[in-house]
Structures are given as structure tokens and as C-alpha cells.
Design a protein around this ligand. Structure first.
Ligand SMILES: [Mg+2]
Length: 543
């Protein structure tokens, strides 16, 4: 995070504390008003009952009570309006000068749109209630005074008008109160890669702290909906960092939404059998598909030699070569060991030709190395030599590292890694085979998964399927927000946009989005800013 951004966030925090303090004072005024009003009503009613035999005295008591009420109400309303205006001024400053500069912090604007209908109903009721009470008291006081001295009509009329006038100025106060009252429970659902986390990242730091606070609040449930492998990736990346005691409000759909995991109060993992029954391979079908895929891989080896050679990208700048090799096949333990050996060999090779060879941390599927060219060597000549030797090394000594393999994930079969530029074509081939095989009765779908995978699973099982299951599992209606980065034409988050009652937020940009999806730029940073903003709204900072 840049220095500017950090200081803006610091200012945001300070201003937010001020808003919370003002809100506290406003609630104190309200509480005092309610208590005083209650005391006046009780005292007046008591006196009025004891004077039932004398109507004039009774009317005088009711009149005095009404005047007493206005004497408390008018200054209370004045202070409430003052605090509300100050809150509104700070809020406007935040919106204009801070939120506009940090992607995602302007979440309140979107938040209001989503919640406006519910907030408006609550607001209208409260507002109408207060105006009616004021009007009734004014009329009552008017009637009582009318019984006594007609010239005193003017006092309750003035008091009634002042309080009605002030009540009409209470809009910001009731607006924020109604928003807070309508914010009861929320279900947050999110994709993982490039939405919650960057593709090589593990949950930690500020994001983990935010998620823990949201789960601790007891009003938020978090659903992780991911195409990725749970056993090898998402358990370690997303679930294990969350303390066990907080996992009960977490649910995970993984492996292309073919697995559903919930957690007990102690944080133990539970596989959902009911969910798995709906999406299981029919008896024998998995073996048929595996055979079809194996045949297909053999065919591709002949027609697409490029498929087995990962991209070797190199860039030249200021006497250095930046080399990137990938995607690499590291889906099995023995291949992970091969990757380490390959890495060592590449470094050895480069040390013979260059000075200062440095490994750059990156995604498991990619190997990145920076090296400084020895003086006198031609940069572009060396680039060609290095690229060729890497390719030779891969095809001669580490062919398995560059070959896609079939992975059995229980209710899903996956083929990975597949180079991005070939994937669309290859998916077409697999679809022809799987959908055209009579034995399989058209029950299985072939999908894009992650960045380098082709998934085969029960037809219709996607993120929308998981989202509908999640909605059905709710005890009562909750607001649902879904964060994703891939809502484009072929994006795996796109189906969620069609699920009724789910507000989708795209943090991967705003092109070709389905209608109704809120577009933010900034990837995981935007999601984090939204979560921060939601947490702050939860803890009472609603403007
Ligand atoms: Mg994603």
C-alpha cells in the first residue's frame, strides 16, 4: 500500500471515530428524550386520573404535561439535528476526498442502492409515527386549552408547529437509523483467485483480521465458491488460516463446485453427502471419461506439439534477462520434486552463461528467474540460447513436467495444465467426445476451470448451482453479496449473476458485464476495501 493510501486510510479511521462519537451522542439525546417523555406521561396520567371529578383541572394537567413534553422535545430535536448535520458533513468529506481515491472504499454508495428499498420502508414508518405523535399532542393540548382560556390557543399551536418543523429536519438522522436497523444479517460469498487473494497468495494480514472480525460479529456468514482444488490448495490457503472457533460460519464450495464443506462448532470439516449425491458420476461413467481423455491426450501429442511445451517468455532490460517458464505440471508430489530439480538445472545452466542469477518468487505453475548478462555478451543472442536450452531440458529430461495430466477429484475430473491459447480448441474436442458418447447420455459438462484447467463434471454444476444450494440452505432470507473477477462472456463467475436475490460485484473490471453487476476495478484490493467498508457499516458507521 502506498504512503498516500496509508495516510488516507488513517484519516478515514479518525473521521470514522468522530462519526461514531457523534452517533453515540445522538443516541444519548434520543434516550434522554424517551425517558423524559415517559416520566411526563406517567406523572400527567396519574394526576389526570385523580382529578377525573374536575374536568377543568384535568384539562389543565394534560395541557401542562403537553407543554412539558415540548419543552423536552424541542431542544432534543435541535441537538439531534446538529449532530446529524455534523455527521453528514464528515460523511460528505469522506465521500468526496477519501473514498473517491481508494477503489472499493466507495462501497457505501453501492450499499445504499442495494438496501434503499428496505431502508425506505422502515424510515417512512418511523417518520410517520413521530409526526403523528407530535400532531396528536398538539391537538390534545389545543383542545385542553380551548376548554380553559381561548386566547392561549396560540401557545400549543406555536409549540406544535415548531416541533413539526424540526421533525421534518430529522431526515438524515432517521435515514441512518433506518439503514442500521435494516442491516441485520448478510451472506458474503466470494471467488478466491484474483478476487479474495492474488493467485499465489495465502489468506493473512489485514484481510484475515477483517474476515475474523466479520465472522466474530455473528451477523456475517462467508461462503467461498471456487473452481480450484480443495485438498491441495484452498484448504491451506483459505480455511486453515481462519481460527477453528470461527469456522462454523464458513462454507466452502470447491473443485468446480463439486464439493461442499461445512464446519462444526469446533471447526471440524464436514463433507455434505446430500450435495454430493446430486452431482456424483453415474456408476462406471468416470472410467469411460478417463479413457476418452487418455485417448484424446495421445491424439493431441501428435497434432499439438506445443501443448507439451510450456511458454518460455523472456524480456530484456538494462543488461538483464527476465525469464518465465510455465505453466508447469505440479499436481502430484513426484512432479513437485521434479519441478525443484528442473529449477536447479535451469539455475546451473544460467550461471554458466550469466552473472547474478536470481530466482523470483511466483506462482507454483511458473518459474521466474532474473539474470544479469556478463559484460561483452550480446543480450539478444544470449536470449535465444537460453530459450532453446530451457526447451531442450524440458522435453529431454522433464517431459512429465510439461505434459497435461488427468486428475481425479472425486466428483470431477480435471485436465491440467493446458496452455491458455490452446484451451478453447481443446475444450471443443473434449465436448465432442464426452457429449457425443451415447453411454454417457449427455449428463456431463466440459468447463473452463482456473487459468490452466479443463474440468469435466455433472452437467449444470457451476457457481450458480452452488449459489442456489447455498440459498436453499439458509434458514431465513439474508442479503447475499457475491464477489468475483470473471463475469465476462466465458467467465466462471458469470452464471451467478442470473441467480435471483444475489447482488454480484465484479472486482475484475467492467467490460461485458451482465446487467445488475456492480463493477469495481482493483481485484483483491477492491474486495478487501469493500469488506472493510462492510465491517465499518456493521459496527455502526452508517451515514
Ligand atoms: Mg477468479
Amino acid at each position: 500500500m502506498s504512503g498516500d493510501s496509508t495516510s488516507r486510510l488513517e484519516e478515514y479511521r479518525t473521521l470514522r471515530s468522530e462519526i461514531l462519537a457523534k452517533q453515540g451522542q445522538r443516541v444519548q439525546v434520543l434516550a434522554f428524550n424517551v425517558a423524559a417523555f415517559g416520566a411526563i406521561i406517567v406523572a400527567t396520567a396519574q394526576k389526570a386520573i385523580t382529578s377525573l371529578s374536575n374536568p377543568t383541572e384535568g384539562a389543565l394537567i394534560v395541557f401542562s404535561g403537553s407543554v412539558g413534553h415540548f419543552a423536552v422535545l424541542v431542544p432534543s430535536i435541535y441537538f439531534t439535528i446538529r449532530h446529524s448535520q455534523q455527521i453528514s458533513n464528515i460523511g460528505t468529506y469522506i465521500i468526496d476526498f477519501i473514498e473517491s481515491k481508494d477503489e472499493g472504499l466507495n462501497w457505501h454508495t453501492h450499499w445504499r442502492k442495494i438496501r434503499a428499498p428496505r431502508a425506505r420502508t422502515a424510515l417512512a414508518l418511523i417518520y410517520a409515527g413521530l409526526a403523528t405523535v407530535n400532531l396528536a399532542l398538539s391537538l390534545l393540548a389545543l383542545y385542553c386549552v380551548g376548554l380553559l382560556i381561548p386566547s392561549y390557543y396560540v401557545i400549543p399551536i406555536i409549540l406544535g408547529l415548531i416541533s413539526l418543523l424540526l421533525t421534518s429536519n430529522l431526515w438524515p438522522f432517521f435515514k441512518s437509523m433506518a439503514e442500521m436497523a435494516s442491516f441485520l444479517e448478510l451472506l458474503l460469498a466470494s471467488d478466491v483467485d484474483n478476487t479474495l487473494l492474488a493467485s499465489h497468495e495465502f489468506l493473512g494480514g489485514e484481510l484475515l483480521a477483517l474476515i475474523c472480525k466479520l465472522l466474530e460479529s455473528g451477523r456475517i456468514r462467508l461462503a467461498i465458491i471456487t473452481g480450484n482444488d480443495y485438498e491441495k490448495l484452498q484448504r491451506q490457503r483459505v480455511v486453515e488460516p481462519v481460527p477453528e472457533a470461527l469456522r462454523k460460519n464458513l462454507v466452502v464450495y470447491s473443485d468446480g463446485c463439486t464439493r461442499k464443506l461445512t464446519f462444526t462448532d469446533k471447526g471440524e470439516e464436514v463433507e455434505s453427502r446430500d450435495y454430493h449425491k446430486q452431482i456424483a458420476f453415474e456408476h462406471g461413467d468416470k472410467e469411460i471419461i478417463k479413457d476418452l481423455l487418455a485417448l484424446q491426450l495421445k491424439e493431441w501429442a501428435r497434432s499439438y506439439p506445443d501443448l507439451h511445451i510450456p511458454d518460455v517468455e523472456s524480456q530484456l532490460s538494462n543488461g538483464t534477462i527476465q525469464l518465465a517458464v510455465g505453466p508447469l505440471n505440479v499436481n502430484q508430489p513426484e512432479l513437485e520434486a521434479q519441478r525443484d530439480k528442473f529449477q536447479e538445472r535451469i539455475i546451473q545452466e544460467l550461471r554458466q552463461k550469466c552473472d547474478k542469477v536470481q530466482l523470483v518468487p511466483s506462482d507454483k505453475l511458473w518459474l521466474r528467474v532474473h539474470c544479469k548478462v556478463r559484460e561483452g555478451n550480446s543480450l539478444s543472442g544470449l536470449k535465444g540460447i537460453i530459450e532453446t536450452s530451457v526447451r531442450e531440458l524440458l522435453s529431454a529430461d522433464f517431459p512429465d513436467l510439461s505434459r497435461p495430466t488427468i486428475i481425479d477429484r472425486g466428483q470431477q475430473l480435471a485436465l491440467k495444465p493446458v496452455k491458455a491459447d490452446l484451451r478453447e480448441t481443446l475444450i471443443g474436442h473434449i465436448k465432442d467426445k464426452v457429449c457425443g458418447d451415447r453411454r454417457l447420455k449427455g449428463q456431463y459438462g466440459v468447463l473452463v476451470g482456473g487459468r490452466t484447467t479443463i474440468d469435466i463434471q455433472k452437467y449444470g454444476v457451476d457457481k450458480a448451482f452452488a449459489m442456489k444450494d447455498l440459498k436453499d440452505s439458509l434458514d431465513h432470507q439474508e442479503e447475499i453479496l457475491y464477489f468475483g473477477d470473471s463475469f465476462g462472456e466465458q467467465g466462471n463467475d458469470r452464471p451467478v449473476a442470473d441467480v435471483e436475490g444475489v447482488q454480484c460485484i465484479s472486482v475484475g473490471g467492467g467490460e461485458n458485464l451482465p446487467s445488475g453487476v456492480i463493477a469495481l476495478d482493483g481485484g483483491p484490493a477492491a474486495t478487501k476495501a469493500c469488506l472493510r467498508s462492510i465491517l465499518w457499516a456493521l459496527t455502526g458507521c452508517s451515514r
